[in-house]
Write a protein that binds this ligand. Structure first.
Ligand code: SF4
Length: 503
């Protein structure tokens, strides 16, 4: 078993004297070729230069098949530079998640950036199947258990076996650049929950609004959360900037004003190359001055020489975060806490929420007046095959009409303000939204369908920006319950309400 003796990325990130620089590598489709050779040359130069402390490797970026981060990670590690693997969940079920974690640990690939990932797009002979069996918080929680020495409980394969502790260094992502309150509040609720369940560092989404970068840092520091935070700084070429500006890159807000500026710069003799690198340098200097623990650089058509030039230039920059060259706020952006404090009253739940909540509290909440009788009837029906089938059919028809129910057997309606995530969210997110929404619209249905969690936000009174707190982590759905009655599973103690770390 190879073990990289020192985890430079971990050590510098936790060293307050250091400002950690990482760079993002984006492998393509195939196991070799020009693109990979260019990436490996970049890694060699980065190793020789020494300023970049880790090279992150994307995991099937954009939802397209690509060389796995584990494979390239081993190449990078063999060169003596630390890899930071993106660990996305779009293509893996929970068993593959665990086996890939074992593989990473076996090879000393300990730095992981855990994220849901872009919705799967074309693959072999058509669109790939979206998996998302686990979400990023559930995987951070699993990794935290593996760090602590995971004991496989009685009844699961390999029962009573204690797995050795696995010293992963796992981080999460968050987007402070959302334009709507509903999107932004959920990003911060999810961030607090990710940190509660084991995230050891945070990398922001890429953005161009310096006030929003400041907002993320203040959000954590005001709560005395001193977790390392790395700002994502992306240096696009003009063609990529045009694509981003159209909202075609999940979760990325690219301001019109910056695009106009880049269109102007493209008239320069170097087609705006130096201008984009100087902008990157100014952003790095400003983010270091702001108090970020480091920056995560990325971009397209960037040689190591270009990145070296950018890093050289940071020393000549003032670090003024509101410098006109780097601060491009969206006119409509919602800011925390400014816009939150401006709200004169807490949010109110809508009529549909109140009706559903009343029924839920009376029939399904243990304190409800009708709970005992509902439970008794349910358990009675569960014992008789015909009654159970009729009961399940009644549940299915009523919930299909009301909530587009998919009979997953493990209902989380009450945790999503009485909307069904299995129907409403293409990634079936049950612990809050992914980072892919754009101006409130779903990543998968841009400008066509609102994000499920934006709709859920406007249904209920929670989450509320005036009382932002972490949420209760819901465990992953137990597929053995699929197509069965979730009411019976609830009353017989089989669903998530009764599950604590079942494995
Ligand atoms: S509905 Fe929201 S959380 Fe679900 S995939 Fe779309 S943008 Fe992401």
């Amino acid at each position: 078993m190879t073990k990289n003796t020192s985890n430079m990325f971990h050590d510098t990130l936790l060293n307050p004297e250091e400002f950690t620089i990482t760079y993002e590598l984006v492998p393509g489709r195939g196991s070799g070729g020009k693109r990979l050779e260019k990436i490996l040359r970049f890694a060699e130069s980065a190793k020789a230069d020494g300023r970049i402390k880790a090279l992150s490797i994307t995991d099937n970026p954009g939802g397209h098949p690509a060389l796995s981060p584990t494979s390239l990670g081993l190449d990078i590690q063999a060169m003596g530079i630390v890899p930071l693997l993106h660990f996305s969940l779009k293509d893996k079920n929970r068993n593959l998640v665990e086996s890939q974690l074992f593989e990473c640990h076996r090879h000393g690939l300990l730095n992981l950036l855990v994220l849901g990932g872009d919705y799967p797009r074309y693959g072999f002979q058509g669109q790939a199947m979206p998996v998302f069996d686990l979400d990023s918080i559930q995987v951070l929680s699993l990794i935290e258990q593996l760090r602590g020495g995971f004991s496989v409980k009685k009844g699961a394969p390999g029962q009573q076996m204690a797995l050795p502790s696995m010293d992963f260094f796992a981080g999460c992502v968050v987007s402070p650049f959302k334009t709507l309150e509903a999107e932004q509040v959920w990003q911060y609720v999810k961030l607090l929950t990710k940190i509660e369940h084991g995230a050891q560092f945070v990398i922001s989404q890429l953005g161009f609004d310096m006030k929003k970068y400041q907002e993320l840092l203040s959000f954590l520091r005001d709560r005395h959360i001193m977790i390392p935070v790395i700002a994502n700084v992306f240096i696009p070429t003009l063609p990529v900037a045009r694509i981003m500006n159209k909202g075609l890159v999940p979760g990325v807000i690219f301001p019109d004003a910056l695009l106009a500026r880049m269109e102007e710069e493209a008239k320069n003799s170097d087609k705006g190359e130096e201008a984009r690198l100087l902008r990157g340098a100014r952003m790095v200097a400003a983010l270091q001055k702001m108090g970020y623990t480091g920056v995560h650089l990325g971009g397209n058509n960037l040689s190591f020489e270009a990145i070296s030039f950018l890093l050289d230039q940071t020393t000549n920059c003032t670090g003024d975060s509101l410098h006109k060259e780097i601060h491009f706020p969206e006119k409509t952006s919602w800011y925390y806490p400014d816009n939150c404090l401006a709200e004169d009253s807490p949010r109110k739940a809508d009529f549909l929420f109140l009706c559903n909540d009343l029924v839920h509290k009376q029939f399904f909440a243990p304190a409800g007046r009708l709970f005992p009788i509902t439970k008794a009837i349910s358990l009675f029906c569960a014992k008789n095959r015909t009654l159970r089938q009729l009961y399940t059919l009644f549940e299915h028809i009523s919930k299909k009409l009301l909530f587009h129910c998919r009979m997953c057997g493990d209902c989380t309606l009450s945790e999503a303000n009485y909307l069904c995530p299995k129907f409403g969210c293409p990634k079936i997110m049950i612990n809050g939204p992914c980072g892919g929404s754009f101006n409130g619209f779903c990543e998968v249905y841009p400008k066509a369908r609102l994000c499920f969690w934006v709709r859920s936000f406007h249904r209920g009174a929670e989450p509320d920006c005036q009382h932002l707190h972490k949420s209760t982590l819901l465990p992953p759905k137990d597929w053995s319950l699929n197509r069965s009655s979730s009411w019976l599973n609830y009353f017989s103690g089989k669903d998530h309400c009764h599950i604590k770390n079942k494995d």
